[in-house]
Design a protein around this ligand. Structure first.
Ligand SMILES: NC(=O)c1ccc[n+]([C@@H]2O[C@H](COP(=O)([O-])OP(=O)(O)OC[C@H]3O[C@@H](n4cnc5c(N)ncnc54)[C@H](OP(=O)(O)O)[C@@H]3O)[C@@H](O)[C@H]2O)c1
Length: 294
């Protein structure tokens, strides 16, 4: 599995394993979580994507219960903060909202470190752009967390280029990535300037819900027909082809895969075997657009 440079002393596996759905599994025992991580590590998938809010603020603890010191040293942990819902430690919140205040970010990071049993978070992402963000306060809080060694790198998620520039303008540390929704079911960033912005600046991009949250796997229609044809020709499954469609892009996208199924986890790296030539890429793109390109 090839690696992607994030900072001078941090790199990620090209394919990332996402833990949003970890708590949805009927079995969240440490043994099962360790089996999932082992299934990733066997293929060279070392980067685990978390967020404070996953599982109603429970998923980080599920991971923490499974992590041994040996296992922790073999993975990179990404987590996120700023979404607040009426659950877990934020029970009583009157409305779902975002909070990019210093106090909230610091409290969330401390909770993430404690729940996962970490000395440092490898990458912290601001989960969603906050309309009330004071970029000076947020930027300084993030810089201070890096300086304190609680966080090794900082990035964002679901930010548009102007949101990125606003926050970056108030920071000494460089933001390292933007995690955005990107798949054959959510392909606007290929043409709306989001990918171009990050490509121009050489930022790696993380793609969430690369299988459309499962919709690309279960649906039928023109995209599914082509995915199945290519999968059949190349001896892989539909997921591998849908993921390869993202991997083929020159921006160097890191898909964040969300399956809880151990057999699917064990074959995540099949996507790297797929030969996605330009015309096949466009056949899938046109099927997703529902029309021929102009
Ligand atoms: N930054 C953000 O705002 C944000 C938002 C959403 C997600 N994320 C991150 O992205 C990760 C991935 O998101 P995601 O889980 O939506 O990704 P995904 O990989 O697009 O979808 C995973 C879903 O697809 C299903 N699936 C996969 N292969 C299948 C198959 N062959 N047949 C039927 N169903 C299949 C899985 O079910 P099984 O478990 O049964 O395989 C699971 O429910 C999350 O874990 C999280 O880390 C980030």
């Amino acid at each position: 599995m090839n690696r992607v440079r994030i900072t001078d002393d941090l790199d990620f596996s090209r394919i990332v394993y996402g833990m949003w759905r970890l708590g949805d599994d009927s079995d969240t025992s440490p043994e099962t979580v360790r089996d999932k991580i082992a299934g990733c590590l066997d293929q060279g998938i070392t980067t685990m994507d978390q967020a404070d809010i996953y599982g109603g603020y429970m998923a980080e603890e599920i991971l923490g219960n499974a992590l041994t010191p040996e296992l922790r040293n073999r993975i990179e942990v990404v987590t996120k903060c700023d979404i607040v819902i009426d659950a877990g430690r934020h029970a009583g919140a009157r409305v779902k909202h975002y909070d990019t205040s210093r106090a909230h970010i610091e409290g969330s990071v401390d909770a993430s470190l404690r729940l996962m049993g970490l000395d440092a978070i490898d990458l912290l992402l601001i989960h969603r752009p906050d309309p009330l963000m004071d970029h000076h306060e947020t930027g300084r809080a993030l810089d201070d967390l890096v300086r304190a060694g609680k966080v090794r790198a900082v990035g964002v998620s679901n930010f548009r280029p102007w949101d990125w520039e606003l926050l970056q303008s108030a920071m000494e540390t460089s933001l390292v990535t933007n995690q955005i929704e990107l798949s054959l079911a959510a392909h606007e960033p290929f043409t709306n300037g989001d990918l171009a912005f990050h490509q121009r600046h050489g930022h790696p991009i993380m793609a969430w819900s690369p299988l459309g949250g499962g919709s690309l796997m279960t649906g039928d229609g023109p995209v599914a027909t082509i995915l199945d044809r290519v999968a059949g020709e190349q001896g892989v499954d539909r997921a591998a082809v849908a993921t390869a469609w993202l991997l083929a892009h020159p921006a160097g996208i890191l898909p964040v895969m969300g399956t809880n199924n151990i057999n699917r986890i064990k074959s995540l790296s099949d996507a790297l075997k797929v030969d996605m030539d330009r015309q096949t890429w466009f056949q899938l793109y046109e099927a997703a657009l529902g029309r021929e390109v102009a």
